[in-house]
Design a protein. Structure first.
Length: 245
C-alpha cells in the first residue's frame, strides 16, 4: 500500500459540526472582521473582551487516553479501563473570563433553565462583579463574546446591553474553536478533575472553585490573547475548523 500505491493511513478528524458552505463563509467573514479590528486597535481590543459560556460540570469526567497511559515492559498487554455511566450529580455553570482570568462563576440551580430573564439577571450580577474586580472594564467599554443561544438574543437582554453600552462581538454558531472558554478554559478547568469522583454537588462546586483559583494564580488562561491566532487560522482554512493550535 505504501511502497507501490503510495498510500498513507490517516486517522479520522472529529469536528463539532458538519459546516455548510454558507456557515464557512460566515465564519470566514467574522474572523476577517475581528482580525482587522485587532490589527487596528491592538492589544487594547483584546483587553476589553469578556467571554461568556455555559458548561455542565459532572460528578465524574473520564480521563483522557494521554492521562491513562503507563510505562510498561515491551510486549506487556495494554491496560484496560471500564466506561462509567454518568449519574445525576451534575450542575450547569456559567463562566466569565477576560484576559486576566476568570471573573465570575454562576451556578445555575438544579431544575432551573437559563432563560432570557435568567440571563439578564446574570448580566446584572456580572456588571456588579466587574465594578468590584475589574473597575477598568466598565470605564473603557466591554466587548461581550458569547454564542447565539436563544437566551442571549432576548429583547430584554439586548436592551440591557444597550443600557450598559456593552458591545456584542459577532460569533458564528458551531464555533468552539473561536470561543476562548471552549478551546482554552473548559479543557484546563476539567483536566485536574478527570478521573476523580464527587459524591455531592457541594464537593463538585468546591473543586471547581479551587481549580479556578489555581488557574487565575498561574495566569494559565490564554484564550483571549490567543484569539488573533485563531482568527488567522480560520481565514487560512477558508472558514473550516482549525485544530492543533
Amino acid at each position: 500500500m505504501t511502497e507501490r500505491l503510495h498510500k498513507r493511513r490517516i486517522a479520522v478528524r472529529w469536528v463539532p459540526h458538519g459546516l455548510s458552505e454558507e456557515q464557512k463563509c460566515r465564519r470566514l467573514e467574522i474572523a476577517q472582521q475581528l482580525l482587522h479590528r485587532f490589527r487596528e486597535e491592538g492589544k487594547e481590543f483584546l483587553q476589553k473582551v469578556v467571554a461568556i459560556d455555559e458548561t455542565w460540570i459532572r460528578d465524574f469526567e473520564p480521563e483522557l487516553k494521554s492521562q491513562s497511559s503507563e510505562w510498561r515492559d515491551k510486549g506487556s498487554p495494554r491496560p484496560k479501563k471500564f466506561k462509567r455511566s454518568q449519574s445525576n450529580v451534575k450542575q450547569m455553570m456559567i463562566f466569565v473570563c477576560d484576559c486576566k482570568g476568570v471573573i465570575m462563576i454562576d451556578r445555575v440551580p438544579s431544575g432551573t433553565t437559563v432563560t432570557a430573564a435568567y440571563y439578564r439577571q446574570f448580566l446584572q450580577k456580572l456588571r456588579r462583579k466587574m465594578h468590584a474586580n475589574r473597575p477598568d472594564l466598565p470605564e473603557n467599554g466591554v466587548l461581550i463574546l458569547h454564542d447565539n443561544a436563544q437566551p442571549h438574543l432576548g429583547k430584554d437582554v439586548r436592551e440591557l446591553m444597550d443600557v450598559y453600552s456593552w458591545e456584542v462581538l459577532p460569533q458564528q454558531p458551531y464555533s468552539p474553536d473561536m470561543s476562548p472558554p471552549d478551546f482554552d478554559m473548559f479543557p484546563k478547568l476539567k483536566m485536574n478533575m478527570r478521573g476523580v469522583s464527587f459524591s455531592t454537588l457541594e464537593d463538585l462546586s468546591a473543586s471547581v472553585t479551587r481549580r479556578v483559583r489555581q488557574l487565575n494564580c498561574s495566569e494559565d488562561l490564554t484564550g483571549i490573547m490567543d484569539l488573533p491566532k485563531r482568527w488567522d487560522a480560520v481565514i487560512r482554512q477558508k472558514g473550516d475548523y482549525t485544530e492543533g493550535l
